[in-house]
Design a protein around this ligand. Structure first.
Ligand code: G3I
Length: 378
């Protein structure tokens, strides 16, 4: 009899154990990429520590939460093509390998940009601007060589980055000095010749400005009129708490979609810190001195401030869901808060909280809010 009771007890504990296991299986959290499937790709910028596998927590999040990756720095010309006769693909190769391992849609950033430009690119040995012919040849060689290495593996490229000022005029870069506005169609032409299957994008910041919006719409029209390929416009989305207004941003999103290209929300982050100049965009040339007042949350965010941050981020994601038929990708500019360039710009050495995952790589409340909003937006 005693043995009988014992057998029943063992059987019951075994069943309890089994049902416990079942519960853990069912409780698997949905990820951002699965919740947003069918709406738009969920992308993230990858840095060298992640591409090289050193930041294991970051790599885990990239794998679990995102289905598109973009190179944060390793494909800029100063890194990938430091001297005219020397390319260095070490970091870029690692980035592409990570994207392939994770079956992500890989985006290259960026081919022609005035910033983080290889110092030799536009000048001769005496530092004087090269001729029109020389610069065109250098652009062609650069684009052909980088494309040849990643043909068929990188699916889309930011071909030209940040060519306009906020007032819609052309940014007076070395490319513009030497080639005038022709450098943009030339870059798109060379990119298409080098890989006819790659998607080609124009990418810029502060796109909510009316004048900039109109300039970019004009550019898309001009490229199309020349018969050139342009697939998308990337709206860099480096947000502040009070700027830009969602409404202005939405107008730009609609204007780009109406111009007949895909809209990509690129480089998204939301600073909570005071900004010396409201209209600073992402102009890395501008910097301000550190002071304690400019770094108000060195240890943690007060709850009310964190709630305001979540609400603003949520407003933008609700907008993206509303227009998901026009948006092909939303890309965060970094995985976790500690990775963000915002901690050092426009003031060095601050503690900012601009991304979806905190410094311990835990999801912030915004992650569950996005997943919920996506599931309600069927
Ligand atoms: O690689 C050097 C390293 O060797 C050195 O030890 C270290 C010391 O500061 O600097 C490292 O370079 C830094 C680089 O990021 C890599 O971390 C540069 O100083 C720093 O200026 C650079 O900042 C990048 C910035 O572009 C430069 O333009 C940011 O990480 C990157 O997030 C940011 O990204 C740009 C987009 O490409 C275009 N749109 C605006 C966006 C934000 O500025």
């Amino acid at each position: 009899m005693k043995i009988h009771y014992f057998a029943i007890a063992v059987a019951l504990s075994f069943l309890a154990l089994l049902s416990g296991c079942k519960k853990t299986e069912v409780k698997e959290e949905p990820s951002l990429k699965s919740a947003l499937e069918g709406k738009f790709l969920m992308g993230v910028a990858v840095n060298d520590l992640q591409a090289s596998g050193v930041d294991t927590a970051g790599v885990r999040l990239i794998n679990e939460q995102f289905n598109s990756v973009v190179a944060e720095n390793c494909m800029k010309s100063e890194v990938i093509h430091p001297e005219e006769d020397r390319y260095d693909f070490t970091k870029a190769d690692r980035f592409v390998a990570l994207g392939e391992k994770q079956h992500a849609f890989i985006v290259g950033h960026t081919l022609i940009w005035h910033s983080q430009l290889a110092p030799w690119f536009c000048v001769d040995k005496n530092g004087k601007n090269v001729s029109r012919e020389v610069l065109i040849k250098r652009m062609r060689d650069h684009i052909y060589t980088v494309f040849a290495r990643y043909k068929g593996r990188i699916k889309g490229w930011d071909v030209v980055n940040e060519a306009f000022e906020d007032d819609g005029s052309y940014r007076k870069t070395k490319f513009y000095d030497i080639l005038g506005k022709d450098y943009i169609p030339l870059a798109f032409q060379f990119a298409h010749e080098a890989d006819p299957d790659a998607e080609l994008y124009y990418n810029d910041f502060s796109m909510a400005h009316k004048a900039k919006r109109e300039a970019v719409v004009r550019l898309v029209g001009e490229l199309k009129a020349k018969g050139l390929r342009i697939d998308g416009v990337g709206m860099q989305t480096h947000l502040q708490m009070d700027f830009p207004p969602v409404k202005d941003y939405e107008e730009s999103l609609l204007a780009f979609a109406n111009a007949g290209v895909k809209v990509m929300i690129t480089e998204m982050d939301l600073t909570i810190l005071p900004t010396p100049d409201r209209n600073i965009g992402a102009n890395v040339g501008r910097n301000f001195a550190y002071s304690k007042e400019m770094n108000p949350y060195p240890d943690a965010l007060p709850d009310s401030v964190a709630a305001a941050w979540t609400a603003r981020m949520e407003a933008f994601f609700n907008l993206f869901l509303k227009h998901s038929d026009k948006i092909s990708r939303v890309t965060m500019w970094g995985v976790a808060d500690s990775d963000s360039w915002r901690n050092d710009w426009p003031v060095r050495g601050r503690t900012d909280y601009p991304l979806l995952f905190d410094r311990q790589h835990h999801p912030k409340p915004i992650v569950a809010a996005i997943i919920k909003a996506a599931s309600e937006n069927k």
